[in-house]
Design a protein around this ligand. Structure first.
Ligand code: NI
Length: 238
């Protein structure tokens, strides 16, 4: 399986502007437009993620999901729904390890297995990655960009929702931190985060913000319209 993943992820054509050297690490987009990217990590969760998708759909908001590969393998239908509703899928590794403790081959294996699971579910590959805990050395970030053409996407707004400070606090932190070009971090595996979203999202809308996926806020092509073709040798094995 790793051989297939490597073939699949090293030969895909990527939007050139998202893989440029200066985009090795991204915490926010350089824009003055009132545009933010909502990002949700660690899912899909079988109950909470569909609830979040309903909330986003009701507001026609497109978000980016940094999914954990083994969750994708368990709940591929939720990933299918994400893509059908215009969301972008990013790579958040297979089992959510501290990547700083792994060698390059293991890091790439974490990413490849995940990209492969996403491809299997929705016939598309993530074009960006986010390291668990935000932990990734500069050398590792450069290695991933070079080997897999995936820039590392961090964030500029962190409501620390995983500490479960309460839905209102999460919403207030998101609203307080929002700036043009902000990349906002949250997790779709915590019930209070889902509960916070209607208030947070409606507040952002009221403040005049519009929403983009990570690729779009960085000026790349609309990820939902990309179509990947696996290399022949990989297709033969799938
Ligand atoms: Ni995470």
């Amino acid at each position: 399986m790793p051989a297939m993943a490597q073939a699949a992820s090293s030969k895909i054509a990527l939007p050139t502007d998202i893989s440029s050297e200066r985009l090795i690490t991204v915490t926010a987009a350089p824009t003055r437009a009132k545009l933010v990217a909502m990002t949700f990590d660690d899912g899909p969760h079988p109950v909470l993620t569909p609830q979040l998708l309903d909330i986003l759909k009701a507001r026609r908001i497109r978000a980016t999901f940094y999914v954990i590969g083994r969750n994708v393998a368990r709940y591929p239908d939720i990933v299918k729904r994400m893509v059908a509703e215009g969301h972008e899928i990013g790579n958040h590794t297979w089992r959510h390890p501290f990547l700083t403790q792994l060698g390059s081959a293991s890091v790439l294996r974490e990413l490849d297995r995940t990209s492969e699971a996403v491809y299997k579910a929705v016939q598309r590959m993530p074009v960006t990655m986010r390291p668990p805990y935000g932990a990734l050395s500069r050398a590792q970030r450069a290695m991933i960009l070079k080997q897999r053409e995936m820039p590392t996407i961090l964030w500029s707004v962190d409501p620390e929702d995983w500490r479960r400070p309460g839905a209102q606090v999460v919403a207030n932190r998101i609203l307080g931190g929002a700036r043009p070009g902000a990349i906002i971090l949250s997790h779709d595996i915590h019930a209070p985060t889902i509960k916070a979203m209607p208030v947070a999202l409606d507040g952002l809308i009221e403040a005049g913000y519009r929403f983009a996926t990570v690729s779009m806020i960085l000026g790349a092509r609309d990820w939902s319209k990309l179509r990947w073709r696996l290399p022949r040798e990989a297709r033969a094995k799938s």
